[in-house]
Design a protein around this ligand. Structure first.
Ligand SMILES: Cc1cc2nc3c(=O)[nH]c(=O)nc-3n(C[C@H](O)[C@H](O)[C@H](O)COP(=O)(O)OP(=O)(O)OC[C@H]3O[C@@H](n4cnc5c(N)ncnc54)[C@H](O)[C@@H]3O)c2cc1C
Length: 234
């Protein structure tokens, strides 16, 4: 019917008030295209998930649905015809946050053969899970799950790990992002440090402890992270 209306009435824009765009936007865009209308001159108003499924008051929900429809009509007037083009993309991934989810994502992507940059603002990856003894609800041993994955990340050649680092700038667009990472100072040369711990035990200076270990007392200026005892940080 939509196709027929586009053809017979010469429609220049189409709005459908129905379910979520995820479900059927593609269907309606394709219908527009098949009737000779640019596929992007279409707008969907989601009156299901955004309205009928989440409200009890029928009168208010109907008013909201009307508003959503109006907004879609207003918006579609601003659409411009676009064409799909193909551009080369950079398949490298950057994952922000090396908790269990970031670690798992990094391993999955690396296993699929793509390079990964894993960035964590803390001195080590592991996130919250590194602080648990057991995980709820299964009471599995946290370290038994997490540690092999952390080690795996360190061993994977196509995962470049940036701990004690933060993203300070993102530019570009989907498929071609450029990310600027600020690597915080270590004060220890990681290439030379063997992790023997001599400097740690002899360090004369103390400082205010890290926010998470505040209950554990004072900390030397140089220390090993609790989650990654092999790593010294100045
Ligand atoms: C006390 C406590 C107990 C919990 N117990 C359970 C449990 O028993 N079972 C369960 O399933 N879940 C539990 N949870 C929830 C649990 O934290 C999550 O299930 C799991 O650890 C989340 O992993 P994640 O990787 O998504 O996030 P996180 O473990 O929070 O990791 C996020 C990582 O991102 C890094 N990060 C954050 N912001 C930035 C930034 N801007 N730049 C760079 N890096 C950044 C952090 O340093 C961290 O390493 C608990 C949470 C808490 C706080």
């Amino acid at each position: 019917m939509i196709k027929e209306d586009i053809r017979t009435l010469g429609l220049t824009r189409v709005v459908v008030a129905a379910c979520s765009p995820l479900m059927h936007e593609l269907t309606f865009r394709t219908a527009c295209e098949e009737a000779g209308l640019n596929r992007y001159l279409f707008q969907m108003a989601n009156v299901r998930e955004h309205c009928s499924w989440v409200h009890n008051d029928r009168v208010e929900a109907t008013a909201k649905a009307t508003d959503l429809g109006r907004a879609a009509v207003f918006r579609v007037r601003l659409h411009e015809p676009m064409q799909v083009s193909r551009v080369p993309i950079n398949a490298n991934s950057l994952i922000l946050g090396g908790g269990i989810s970031g670690i798992q994502a990094a391993l999955e992507i690396a296993n699929a053969g793509y390079p990964v940059y894993l960035v964590d603002r803390e001195p080590t990856i592991g996130g919250n899970m590194a602080y648990f003894d057991k995980t709820f609800p299964t009471l599995d041993c946290s370290a038994c799950i997490l540690t092999p994955k952390m080690v795996s990340v360190g061993h994977r050649k196509n995962i470049k790990l940036f701990t004690w680092s933060e993203v300070v700038g993102i530019s570009g667009y989907i498929g071609n992002f450029k990310v600027k990472i600020h690597k915080k100072a270590r004060y220890v040369d990681p290439e030379i440090c063997t992790g023997c711990g001599q400097c740690w035990s002899n360090c004369p200076s103390v400082r205010i402890p890290h926010r998470r270990t505040i209950m554990l007392g004072e900390k030397q200026v140089i220390y090993r992270t609790r989650k990654d005892p092999g790593r010294l940080l100045g």
